[in-house]
Design a protein around this ligand. Structure first.
Ligand code: AVJ
Length: 318
């Protein structure tokens, strides 16, 4: 049976406003949410398989190793709400270990990808009610899931997607999810940890160039969606660790002086000027727990791999 889909996708107009705001700023930037068109979502799935990209494999290892403890923290009969579900690969691991999960509510901005992932999951778990929601989960989610489905709401936010947010944004996100999940609700969240710069920089500069293609694809997405004329051969991928900010930054560097048209606006680039496309913040275990507390959660348990590369936390709405 195909999954239900509720479409709250943001309009084209808001993408245009966002993109032009970023590209007309003194230091140009784009929101990483625009990486994820069909092609970008597929490239991200490819990144997750790369030997240099440790987060996916490490997080899945943690979930497998501590499966029984995670399942008992989440409890039986839960409604799993996934923020930024993508291909829904990790949640399969979760459904294999949970006791009688009641429903799955994947929320993602990429509609086609969301629909096919939700249908696949509904096929493979016939007892599970699947209700997909196409929406931008970075906004305050004006959604009453409890009205749609009953059961304990447990959020799932794997992959250290929270790393894309600055600390006020991360705190906002946690506050919004706590409100959405409600008293008694929980959140299982993957958080990437501080580590050696060499490991971090390799993870965002893979030898096959998949991360570079993923970064550049944001320009194709803008070309198609906003009738722009970026020449992808005139931009280059750059990623590095910024130790002062505790984050990996990705940029697109203009290799020439050039003018690019985006909708009706001409955007000038100097040679060497960059568009800042992503931040990926890294945390300490205590730093993350402190933030969770300040946002209205009680940290209950956390699990890591033996090299302390990555962490998975279970929080309860306080
Ligand atoms: C999905 C935001 C967790 O920051 O590691 C992977 C995205 N960017 N390679 C990350 C990403 C470049 C990823 N997150």
């Amino acid at each position: 049976m195909p999954a239900d889909l509720i479409d709250l996708a943001p309009s084209r107009r808001s993408m245009k406003e966002d993109v032009l705001e970023g590209l007309t700023a003194t230091r140009k930037w784009l929101s990483p949410k625009y990486f994820y068109d069909r092609q970008g979502s597929a490239l991200f799935d490819e990144i997750c398989e790369l030997p240099e990209y440790y987060p996916t494999r490490t997080e899945m290892g943690i979930m497998q190793e501590f499966g029984p403890a995670i399942a008992s923290a989440m409890g039986p009969g839960s409604v799993v709400v996934e923020f930024g579900s993508g291909s829904s690969a990790k949640v399969r691991l979760l459904f294999d270990m949970l006791t009688e999960p009641r429903a799955y509510v994947p929320i993602d901005i990429s509609k086609d990808h969301l629909k096919s992932a939700a249908d696949g999951l509904a096929d493979d778990f016939p007892n599970l009610e699947v209700m997909a929601i196409c929406a931008d989960f970075t906004g305050s989610l004006d959604l009453n899931i409890r009205q749609l489905i009953d059961g304990r709401l447990v959020g799932f936010f794997p992959g250290s997607t929270i790393g894309n947010f600055s600390s006020p944004e991360a705190k906002d996100f946690l506050q919004n999810t706590a409100a959405l999940l409600g008293t008694g609700g929980g959140l299982l969240i993957g958080v990437d940890l501080h580590k050696d710069t060499g490991i971090l920089e390799a993870a965002y500069n893979d030898a096959k160039g998949v991360t570079a293609a993923f970064n550049l694809n944001i320009l194709s997405h803008i070309n198609r969606e906003l009738d722009a004329n970026f020449d992808l051969k005139r931009f280059r991928h750059r990623a590095f660790y910024n130790p002062d900010k505790g984050r990996v930054e990705m940029h697109l560097v203009s290799t020439h002086d050039q003018d690019v048209r985006v909708a009706e606006t001409m955007v000038p680039f100097a040679k060497g000027e960059t568009i800042h496309t992503e931040n990926s913040y890294k945390y300490s275990l205590d730093g993350f727990k402190d933030m969770a507390r300040s946002a209205g959660y009680s940290p209950r348990q956390c699990w890591t791999d033996e090299n302390r590369l990555f962490s998975v936390h279970f929080l309860e709405v306080a």
